[in-house]
Design a protein around this ligand. Sequence first.
Ligand SMILES: [Zn+2]
Length: 464
Amino acid sequence: MVRPFHNDHANASPYWNPGMETMPRAQLDALHLRRIQLMIRFAYENSPFYRKLYREAGFTPDDIRSLDDFIRLVPVIDKKDLVQAQGAGAPPYGDARALPEEYNLYRFQTSGSTGTPLQIPFGYYSSAQYGEQWVYGFWAVGLRAYHTFYFAFNWGTFAGFWSAYWGVRRLGATVISGGGLDTKGRINHILQSKPDVLVATPTYALYMAEVAKGMGVDLRETTIKYFYSAGEPGPSIPTTRRAIEEAWGAKAFELYGIAEVGAIAPGCPLQGGVHLAEDWAHSLVLGEDGKPVAAGEVGENVVTSYVQHVQPIIKYRSHDLVRPRYGICDCGRTWTYYDGGVLGRTDHMIIIKGTNVYPTAVEALLGDVAGLSEHYEIHVDTEDKSDSITVKVEAARGLPSEQYEKAAQEAARLLYKSIMVRIGIKVLPPESLPRYELKAKRFFDHRPAGKGWVMREGTASAPR
Ligand SMILES: [Zn+2]
């Protein structure tokens, strides 16, 4: 690879922004407080939704003098609150808006699969910073301006990869669009255009591997040496990472983003989790009692964005379950680490006889059973007031069908040993389960509504 730049000293640094990424905690917290105060004042003065919310909660921006005040006084909001505020006032952002339409550059929306879609604006500033968050992750793994990125993505409404594109532009690297092509077309395009990096969801990277096999193409022989994903849990799960790395002969990394908030947590280069980009987002990880969890405990990520100004996002329930760790990571970063990335969604939490089970934990363990593939579905039902799980998983190619039962028993034994929960396993022939091109549907909830993780109403938001 020709390196057209002479600035090798800067290119050799493992940090895109060394001062920020290794900033001591006390300084980071001082910065958070300042940015939170600015965001709260901005939202209070410009957004009818936040002004009403904060007036009802009985405080003004002047009352937020410490991070503790922020935790104590400021109410937690949910997607439905923003959707409702968008419905009041002038469309598309209604009362949730804090800047007039001429500040906006892009308009996205959530899929609406769970109700009215949430409209998502990005101004010039927010799209630039959203992209910058990706650059932290790209840079940390050695990606530079002289690399070429392939986007196996249709440039649709999925904001995640648009923001990855803004990041590649910020990095100054080359973009090759795989939009408008089918999977075979993309594989041929990769062979012909010789990119270094593949940007796709983990589900799609594995699907491409299956299609390539059918075409007689060995993806390990391509020029792709890096894989960077977002949109669903992936390379932070060791077995998923291994499957992608083996299929592509590439190192696999991920970023954890939330479309309406930002690309908040680029991957740790050591691959076991992601780091909160603390210059552009704040995170509070809250337990079911609405109080911050201790380091190493699992809770729901409640986030504040410093990049969203057209529609501010302050103390927003992400419904993502994470396990935060603080202190200095082995990679040298001081930024909060989410061990294992996103562990699951609050509405996908399974509780069996008092034990919490995360779908990603099941996925991680299945990968350790010989003879099983990475294609699976988790079905959850209610049985004797407790949840019950059945996992359908495809056998690996080449496993004789008379060995399916043995593989199922081995998987059930391993799951019991690790998470002390009995799980029914059904091993199916290869290609029995549906394939997906963006995100896989793997979790099927047959329980009555209202089960799973429930943060008790009011506990997090009630002013004291
Ligand atoms: Zn790290």
